[in-house]
Write a protein that binds this ligand. Structure first.
Ligand code: IMP
Ligand code: MG
Length: 181
């Protein structure tokens, strides 16, 4: 399907940025690297809801080795005044002990969410933790953890589509759109 050049969600306008064809290629490249690197590992993928559900589904179908997949959510709650807004992990029921955990994210922006997640998953004593994010904003990233698998690096713009939302809308768009300032 040809991409609409522009979409409107609530009060904001968005313009086409990454087509579904480019998305497919980027997912295939990540899958190929994982097929090479992870075939001898005892892997559990952990998708971070809501945004990662499309990336996780597309990627997982392209993986040729045996692995498990599960999904978690992060809930924001106010910690003590010194820690500020901490993201708490909910929904991890599977045993990840001694397994290679690959976290699947839709996008990494400041890196705060992934940092909180990695800290909490470490408590379950996995063998190792790696991070795969479909999109990565290097100019916004304030973290120190390496992002092991990146689909596409993007500039520091607000985007929607392919699982990503603006106020809950736009996740179903097959292409990725960026905000028109
Ligand atoms: P971080 O903690 O700053 O890395 O933010 C990560 C989360 O913010 C992502 O999982 C998204 O839910 C959301 N987010 C960051 N950038 C965007 C964007 O451009 N569009 C939609 N959601 C975004
Ligand atoms: Mg997310």
């Amino acid at each position: 399907m040809a991409a609409n050049e522009k979409v409107k969600l609530l009060d904001k306008e968005f313009e086409i940025f990454i087509t579904s064809e480019k998305i497919d290629c980027a997912v295939a490249e990540v899958a190929q690297k994982m097929n090479e690197n992870l075939k001898n590992e005892d892997v559990i993928f952990i998708g971070v809801l809501n945004g990662s559900f499309l990336f996780a589904a597309d990627l997982y179908r392209k993986l040729e080795f045996d692995s498990q997949i599960s999904f978690v959510k992060v809930a924001s709650y106010m910690g003590t005044s010194s820690t500020g807004n901490v993201k708490r992990l909910i929904g991890l029921n599977e045993d990840v002990r001694n397994k290679t955990v690959i976290i699947l994210e839709d996008i990494i922006d400041s890196g705060k969410t992934i940092e909180d997640l990695v800290k909490q998953i470490k408590g379950y004593e996995p063998k190792s933790i790696q991070i795969a994010s479909f999109l990565f904003k290097p100019d916004a990233y304030l973290g120190t953890l390496p992002i092991d698998y990146v689909g596409i690096e993007i500039p520091n713009d607000f985007i929607v589509g392919y699982g990503l939302d603006y106020n809950g809308l736009g996740r179903n768009l097959p292409h990725i759109y960026k905000i028109v300032e």
